[in-house]
Design a protein around this ligand. Structure first.
Ligand code: SAM
Length: 342
């Protein structure tokens, strides 16, 4: 054992071929979800067999390997991360890296439905701020968008999270003809509760049984309309993500725009994405991937994993090129957002 350790290579930081340092890992801990949002999943999704999933211990080991290799921010996502059984034990064990100072932030993206149950525990495990996805404040529309969700539960989850001291950013997907009239009220509501809000352009991921062109609403239009009503002041804040922020004069709150289709944000990309089966995607918008499950399971030490990560990082592409294809109306990628994690 001692010999093995002595023989192992010192893991080096992850720098991609374009000189970008990788410091952010997003992990989809399950592909399952208790909602079926119309732009994200088909109603009858086939999920992965449970046997294909990494165990929580394996996820911990992989995340920890990435932290050794320079990851400073870790986001658990999905599917819905909070429906994975035993997920609090993963948060609990990953919290050791926060305590040791090797990780700056442990966070998650959630639909909020399980927050009444878990908010306090998340805070106890060192989570300080979370993203909650919420596209409307109208209960009927909410049901129509999520197919299975209940608005009241999510609002109760947001209350629970704020009571537990978690800071919240609300993520809203802009959907043509569905929630486009609601942005002013969503902004006033979120900012009134001290929450940032980010609007996201719908991305062409996975066949969801709906026409993308019908859903797509360019944020340039959303922003222009909002500017007629609010004072939007450009601010320089970068949260390590692709959002561009403005300060809304009337509310004092921050409003972000994520525009993968109208504005490419790849040049500053510092992230990679791991799925619950141990597949590493170097870009949300490309098919290329690396299998980390095989090297993970091949030995108890992490040298094979480090080598596989290094090889994968050499393949990180410069950027993605999503197109909503007007002629074919096909998704740009067959993979659903719930696989790679949003
Ligand atoms: N279940 C969690 C949630 O609801 O936040 C985490 C996973 S979900 C896939 C992450 C985010 O991706 C959500 O904000 C969701 O609205 C967004 N999303 C899903 N499919 C999308 C798409 N095709 N285009 C843009 N955003 C999408």
């Amino acid at each position: 054992m001692e010999f093995e350790r002595a023989a192992s290579v010192q893991p080096s930081p992850m720098i991609d071929p374009f000189g970008r340092a990788i410091s952010y890992l997003r992990v989809s801990v399950t592909d399952r979800c208790d909602f079926r949002c119309v732009y994200c999943m088909a109603e009858n999704m086939t999920f992965l067999p449970k046997a294909d999933l990494l165990t929580l211990e394996e996820l911990d080991r992989l995340c920890s390997a990435f932290i050794v290799k320079g990851v400073r921010k870790l986001r658990l996502t999905g599917g819905e991360p909070l429906v994975r059984r035993g997920i609090m034990t993963l948060f609990q064990s990953l919290a050791r890296h926060l305590a040791e100072g090797t990780l700056d932030e442990l966070t998650l993206t959630t639909n909020g439905s399980q927050l009444p149950k878990y908010a306090a525990e998340l805070a106890a495990h060192g989570v300080k701020r979370i993203n909650v996805s919420l596209d409307t404040l109208d209960a009927d529309k909410f049901r129509a968008i999520t197919r299975w969700g209940e608005l009241a539960k999510v609002l109760a989850g947001i209350d629970a999270a704020q009571d537990a001291g978690l800071r919240i950013k609300i993520n809203v997907v802009a959907l043509k003809g569905v929630n486009e009239d609601e942005f002013p009220s969503l902004i006033e509501w979120a900012h009134g509760r001290g929450m940032d809000l980010t609007v996201i352009e719908v991305m062409p991921l996975g066949d969801v049984g709906e026409q993308r062109l019908d859903q797509y609403l360019p944020l340039s239009m959303v922003r222009a309309r909002l500017a007629e009503r609010f004072t939007l002041d450009e601010i320089d804040d970068r949260t390590g993500g692709p959002a561009r922020y403005v300060r809304v004069g009337e509310t004092g709150g921050r409003l972000g725009f994520i525009t993968p289709l109208t504005h490419n944000f790849c040049e500053s990309c510092n992230r990679v994405r791991l799925t619950c089966t141990g597949t590493l995607y170097m870009c949300l918008g490309q098919e290329d991937a690396a299998d980390l499950r095989t090297p993970l399971r091949a030995s108890e030490g992490n040298d094979l994993v480090y080598a596989a990560i290094d090889e994968a990082i050499t393949r990180k592409p410069k950027g993605h090129d999503f197109v909503i294809d007007r002629r074919h109306k096909r998704p740009a990628l067959a993979r659903h957002m719930s696989v790679t994690g949003g």
